[in-house]
Ligand binder design. Structure first.
Ligand code: DON
Length: 313
């Protein structure tokens, strides 16, 4: 299968739809991004990365960072993390607070904002926040094979300034005694984590571990065990797009994680990691064109986690 041709054809088939959807405006720094950006990168275990469009331009990865934070929090905490955060789809928006009170401060899953704040808190653990941020960036630089990967200070500041909703969630968690660290310290890491700036190529390379049993098949670096990678994929499939997860599984059929910067990271177990970017979002905060591109790649490759057939690469 000519994956570069599939990526090119997918990009060309959708290029006229650039600018569709609505870019996130609740984080002012994100509203300044050109809505017509569109990139695709598909990384495979032979070290190849098939790219099209703006695949090498960095963007704010936002909630995609929650996947990496989850893997790293599990590494630190082990399965004790699951005492603090659930594994069920919420059926509500990513920043919803309604279930948190009824369920006594145990967020439904690690991908809604409340769950990600808990995960970040556990990733920080008992060390200082700056050490935790350095550790996170260090790991991503290694996984993304690029020493320049960093967070964007303007985006982090912008999100903190507009961060009332996340503060409300974090204070609710603190009231239930669910955080180890002070609210503002946890949020200072969470905002920086969401403000990580990466390209589609870097994201796809960083996420190969999800598609290949926890270990990057190109560099040999182990991020997590095979069973943990499987479970992260399961959570991405069920919760990666919040109240749009069912639709994404229906249309695309890959575990995926969206971010309000317009990126989507998908893993195709045993096959590839794919990152797409287009800033216009649907009502659930998933990139409109990005989801279409992934559906198109699924259709053209025949890949799906729901298929019994294994098409040739
Ligand atoms: O906390 C927030 O609201 C953002 N930093 C991240 C939200 C997000 O990316 C939702 N995903 N599609």
């Amino acid at each position: 299968m000519d994956l570069q041709a599939i990526v090119n054809d997918t990009w060309n088939a959708l290029a006229d739809e650039r600018g569709g959807g609505t870019p996130a405006r609740y984080i002012p720094a994100l509203a300044a991004v050109d809505p017509c950006k569109f990139g695709i990168a598909l990384a495979t275990d032979d070290g190849q990365v098939a790219c099209a469009g703006d695949a090498d331009e960095k963007f704010s990865i936002q909630s995609i960072s929650k996947v990496f934070a989850l893997a790293l929090a599990l590494e630190r905490e082990g399965s004790a993390l699951w005492d603090a955060v659930g594994r069920e789809p919420s059926g509500d928006a990513f920043n919803s607070i309604v279930q948190l009170e009824k369920e006594k401060g145990i967020p439904r899953n690690p991908f809604i904002n409340s769950g990600a704040i808990v995960t970040t808190d556990r990733f920080i653990g008992r060390r200082g926040v700056d050490e935790a941020v350095r550790d996170l960036i260090d790991r991503l630089r290694r996984m993304g094979r690029n020493p320049q990967i960093d967070f964007d200070q303007d985006v982090a500041r912008s999100e903190s300034e507009a961060g009332e909703r996340n503060r409300a969630l974090a204070w609710f968690l603190a009231d239930f005694g669910r955080l180890l660290n002070p609210v503002e310290e946890v949020l200072s890491v969470y905002f920086r984590q969401c403000a990580l700036s990466m390209s589609c190529r870097q994201l796809a390379e960083s996420a190969l571990f999800l598609a290949f049993d926890g270990t990057d098949p190109v560099t040999g670096q182990k991020m997590c065990s095979a069973s943990r990678a499987r479970r992260i994929n399961a959570l991405m499939l069920l919760c990666g797009h919040y109240d749009n997860s069912g639709q994404f599984a229906f249309e695309v059929g890959f575990p995926g994680k969206s971010g309000v910067g317009g990126g989507i990271l998908a893993s195709v177990p045993g096959r590839a990691a794919i990152a797409v970017w287009s800033p216009g979002l649907n009502r659930a905060g998933t990139s409109l064109l990005g989801a279409k591109a992934l559906a198109e790649i699924a259709r053209r490759t025949g890949w799906s986690v729901f298929s019994g057939q294994l098409p040739e690469i």
